[in-house]
Write a protein that binds this ligand. Sequence first.
Ligand SMILES: Nc1nc2c(c(=O)[nH]1)N[C@@H](CN(C=O)c1ccc(C(=O)N[C@@H](CCC(=O)O)C(=O)O)cc1)CN2
Ligand SMILES: NCC(=O)N[C@@H]1O[C@H](COP(=O)([O-])[O-])[C@@H](O)[C@H]1O
Length: 217
Amino acid sequence: MSFPIVVLISGSGSNLQALIDQSLQGQLNVNISAVISNKADAYGLERAKQAAIPTHTLDHKLFESREAFDAELQKIIDQYSPKLVVLAGFMRILTESFARHYEGRMLNIHPSLLPKFKGLDTHQRAIEANEKEHGVSVHFVSAELDAGAVIIQASTEISSNDTAESLGNKVHTLEHIIYPLAVKWFSEDRITFHDGKASFDQTVLPESGIRYNEALK
Ligand SMILES: Nc1nc2c(c(=O)[nH]1)N[C@@H](CN(C=O)c1ccc(C(=O)N[C@@H](CCC(=O)O)C(=O)O)cc1)CN2
Ligand SMILES: NCC(=O)N[C@@H]1O[C@H](COP(=O)([O-])[O-])[C@@H](O)[C@H]1O
């Protein structure tokens, strides 16, 4: 496997599992070199162990500052010399120096149609805002929270009887399709990042930030 990646998690790891599955099925030619969690009880750590992927737990509560946590996190990550760092439900805001260190080679999946609903509790906020649609965005990670160049988005309608949970389930399904797709494109050098912007090989997308609804039919 010529394309090492490191995945950061904080919770269940269903997006990690989607990457593991597609890698094992030969649809994604990456080597998940390590999985790192800031939460010891993250089920994603179990998923990694079941796939014989090295795991690390780094409890942010044990560090005096965000900078100290990020410095240790960077040390662990760089042992693996990844070509890509994948945030998959990683729930810590990263410092500017950390974001700059991995600029152009760190992705995040965010459960909203950015730039709408940056931050947390996005499903409930979309419902309360009477949005007609909601969805998910894969983007490069920048120092500014949830503001990096968007690579791919997928959307779903919000039904009148949707709850944050039912909407979250619909979004999760979309995530498990578009995150492996974005990682695949990046690993095949069909997405590049320059000067804060994402650009795409013409075989992928005519322009950045495309909605990829048709992929879900
Ligand atoms: N510098 C950046 N760091 C992170 C980004 C980013 O774009 N730039 N994306 C986030 C992921 N994320 C949303 O997609 C996100 C994660 C966490 C938070 C947050 O408020 N975290 C709190 C703790 C919350 C908790 O522990 O439950 C915090 O860090 O104090 C907002 C958005 C990953 N990092
Ligand atoms: N702000 C970041 C954020 O909320 N990310 C969200 O965390 C979940 C992780 O699920 P998973 O652990 O099952 O992959 C995903 O829904 C992802 O969009």
